[in-house]
Design a protein around this ligand. Structure first.
Ligand code: OAD
Length: 245
């Protein structure tokens, strides 16, 4: 099957953990996935961070360390090529925090759940900053800017936790794109279980806009029956075929 692309087609892509699985990044909900061995409330919620910031930092420090040597795969690269064809008629929304789309060379990227390799202050309005440190030493990292003002404020990873809204500018950017696309919208979800909102509702937004929806996933996701087209298979194999000219 080929994705139908004409001169006014706008492609909105949503990726989840499945696209990075073939690079060696564990998914969340599959057998052996990241959430299997962890209490989500303790390591990925504001309450968990308030209760035990060091435990949360240990968890995300392990995630940072695990990204060492991880590189994008053919699925990520196929999306770079698609963007080169479409330009501003392309928008890539990712739930992944691994930064692999940016590493591959994608430019129009919305990291809706943040980025593992960035940190921000829990108190001041300093913008988030690149931070690859794996904090293992039993001391939570503190904000240097707050310290200069004589305040002690803890840093947190720049990722979205359960119970938190998605990244601030993400939804307005997606809305603007969907409005511009109208019925020319083609929505393509890749490697996501379809369980986490708001991303799981983009398929419904597409239907309301009069667009067409496609799913590429290893197995039928929770919202698969709401898609117009479902391709079961590995992203690295299916995407290059789907985008063939
Ligand atoms: P999940 O782990 O829930 O789902 C990954 C999906 O990818 C599954 O449906 C797999 O069948 C599929 N999959 C695995 N390997 C694949 C491959 N090679 N090609 C295609 N599909 C493949 O991950 P997400 O849906 O991304 O949020 O999870 C959504 C959010 O839940 C995450 O961003 C994270 C998590 O809790 C937060 O941490 C806020």
């Amino acid at each position: 099957m080929r994705l139908p692309i004409s001169s006014n087609t706008h492609v909105l892509v949503l990726t989840g953990a499945g696209i990075s699985a073939e690079s060696g990044v564990p998914t969340f909900r599959d057998a052996g996935g990241l959430w299997e061995g962890h209490d989500v409330e303790r390591v990925a919620s504001p309450r968990g961070f308030f209760d035990d910031p060091l435990l949360v930092w240990r968890f995300y420090s392990e995630r940072r360390a695990a990204l060492t040597g991880i590189v994008p795969n053919a699925g990520h690269r196929a999306l770079v090529d698609l963007e080169a064809r479409l330009g501003d008629r392309f928008l890539l929304v990712t739930q992944n925090i691994d930064g692999l789309h940016l590493a591959a060379g994608s430019q129009r990227v919305v990291e809706i759940h943040g980025n593992l390799m960035r940190s921000r202050c829990t108190r001041c309005d300093r913008p988030s900053f690149a931070d690859t440190t794996a904090y293992r030493a039993g001391v939570a990292p503190m904000c240097g800017r707050c310290k200069q003002r004589g305040e002690d404020s803890i840093l947190r990873p720049d990722v979205v936790w359960f119970g938190e809204p998605v990244v601030k500018d993400a939804l307005p950017r997606i809305e603007t794109f969907v409005d511009a696309a109208g019925a020319h919208l083609v929505f393509l979800a890749i490697g996501t279980s379809g369980l986490v909102y708001p991303s799981a509702s983009f398929v419904d937004v597409t239907r309301r806009a009069g667009g067409t929806s496609w799913l590429v996933n290893l197995e039928a996701s929770a919202n698969a029956d709401r898609f117009d087209h479902v391709v079961l298979g590995k992203a690295s194999q299916e995407l290059p075929a789907l985008f063939a000219t």
